[in-house]
Design a protein around this ligand. Structure first.
Ligand code: F6R
Length: 345
C-alpha cells in the first residue's frame, strides 16, 4: 500500500523519519553477544553487496575510529578471492537488506569453514543470512518494496552506529531522536530538490559526486541511486583522487555534487571543488555552510560528530535520484534489469 505516495520508493524514502529509530531497538541479550563478539575479535571483516557494501565501508571507517581497531570492508562478490587471512580470530560482519544475496551467503559460508565467527545485520529477520549467523540483528525497517535500497541503508548505518557506540562508550554519539529529527527536516526540503531537478538542472548525462573520508561512501551510494533509478551515468569519486585521472573528464557538461560539511575534510574538498569549477563544471554543494563556488546548494544541518553526516547527506541524493527518474520517465520502483534480491552469483 503506497498510501499518499506515488511510488514505493518515495514512500520508503519518507519512512526514514522513523525507520532510523526502529533500527536501534534490540533485544538486550542479542545485542550484548553481538557487541561482545566484535569487542573480542582479532580482526573484523565487514561485507555486503551494492548499497549494503556502502554500509560496510561506513561501518569499517566508523569502527576503526570508535574502537581503534582495524575493520576491513570487502565486497561480497570479491570475498572468495580474499580468504587467506581468515581464521578463528576473525569475525565476519555480513550486511544485507534481504538476507538472500547469493554473494553474501557464499562469503559467510566460506568464512565459517575457515573458522570465523559470523554476525549479520539484515532487514528480513527470517532470511537465510539471519540463520547463517551466530548472532543476527534486524533493522526493523518493514518491507522495502522499491528495488533501490533507501530506508534499509540508513537503518543499517543507524544500527551499526548504535552497536559501535555501545562498545566504545558513545564515541560516535548516535542519538536516534536527534537523527530522526534531522532526517525529517531534510525531507521537508523535498520540493526544493524536485525544483532543482526540473527547473535548474540542465539535461544531464554525466554526474560526479566528490567526497572524502566518511563522505566517500555516500558519493558511491548517491551515484548508485542515480544509475539505477534514473539511468544516468554517475560516479562517486574520493575527492583526492581527482588529480589522478578523473579531472580529465571535467568540462562544462559535467554536474558535480560536492559532499562538503565543515568537518576535517572541508578545506581539501573545497580545493577539489575549485579544480572542477575551473574546468566549467556545474557544482552542487551539500553542506552546512554556503560558499560562492556552488551553483546550487543543498543545506544540511550541522552534526555533532562528523561520522553522523552520511545519515543526512544521503537523503537529498535519494530524493534527487527519484525526481530525476520521474523526469526521465523511468518507473523508480522497478528499474530495468534489476531484481530486489540477487540470489544468483
Ligand atoms: C541498490 C540496491 C542493491 C542492493 C544489493 C544488496 O539500491 O538495492 O545494490 O543493495 O543487491 O542487496 P541486499 O542488501 O539485499 O543484500
Amino acid at each position: 500500500n503506497k498510501g499518499e505516495f506515488a511510488h514505493y520508493t518515495i514512500k520508503e524514502i519518507f519512512e526514514q523519519r522513523t525507520s532510523v529509530k526502529a533500527a536501534t531497538y534490540q533485544e538486550e541479550h542479542k545485542i550484548k553477544v553481538f557487541c561482545d563478539t566484535i569487542a573480542a575479535a582479532g580482526n573484523i571483516i565487514v561485507t555486503g553487496s551494492g548499497t549494503s557494501y556502502h554500509t560496510s565501508l561506513i561501518t569499517s571507517m566508523a569502527g576503526c575510529r570508535a574502537l581503534k581497531k582495524r575493520f576491513e570492508p570487502v565486497m561480497a562478490s570479491e570475498f572468495k578471492y580474499n580468504m587467506d587471512s581468515i581464521d578463528k580470530d576473525t569475525v565476519v560482519l555480513a550486511i544485507s537488506q534481504s538476507g538472500e544475496t547469493a554473494d553474501v551467503l557464499s562469503a559467510t559460508k566460506l568464512a565459517r569453514a575457515a573458522g570465523a565467527k559470523i554476525l549479520s545485520i539484515v532487514n528480513v529477520s527470517t532470511s537465510s543470512l539471519a540463520r547463517a549467523a551466530d548472532v543476527s540483528l534486524a533493522i526493523n525497517s518493514g518491507p522495502e518494496i522499491g528495488v533501490a535500497a533507501t530506508k534499509s541503508f540508513t537503518g543499517q548505518v543507524s544500527l551499526a552506529y548504535s552497536v559501535l557506540d555501545r562498545i566504545s562508550g558513545g564515541r560516535i554519539g548516535f542519538d536516534r531522536d536527534a537523527v530522526s529529527d534531522k532526517i525529517t527536516k531534510m525531507l521537508a526540503g523535498s520540493a526544493a530538490i524536485e525544483r532543482l531537478v526540473n527547473v535548474t538542472m540542465p539535461k544531464v548525462n554525466d554526474i560526479y559526486l566528490l567526497g572524502r573520508s566518511i563522505h566517500f561512501p555516500i558519493a558511491l551510494e548517491g551515484a548508485l541511486k542515480m544509475k539505477e533509478l534514473a539511468y544516468v551515468h554517475a560516479e562517486g569519486i574520493a575527492a583526492g583522487e581527482l588529480k589522478h585521472g578523473p579531472l580529465a573528464l571535467m568540462d562544462k557538461n559535467a554536474v558535480v555534487f560536492v559532499l562538503n560539511p565543515d568537518d576535517k575534510t572541508y578545506g581539501d574538498t573545497l580545493s577539489s571543488a575549485h579544480e572542477v569549477k575551473t574546468r566549467g563544471a556545474k557544482i552542487i554543494g551539500i553542506s552546512n555552510v554556503s560558499n560562492d563556488i556552488y551553483d546550487a546548494m543543498i543545506e544540511i544541518p550541522k552534526m555533532e560528530n562528523e561520522l553522523l553526516y552520511p545519515l543526512v547527506e544521503v537523503i537529498p541524493l535519494q530524493l534527487f535520484s527519484y525526481y530525476l527518474a520521474l523526469r526521465n520517465n523511468v518507473d523508480p520502483d522497478f528499474p530495468r534489469n534489476l531484481a530486489k534480491s540477487v540470489t544468483v552469483k
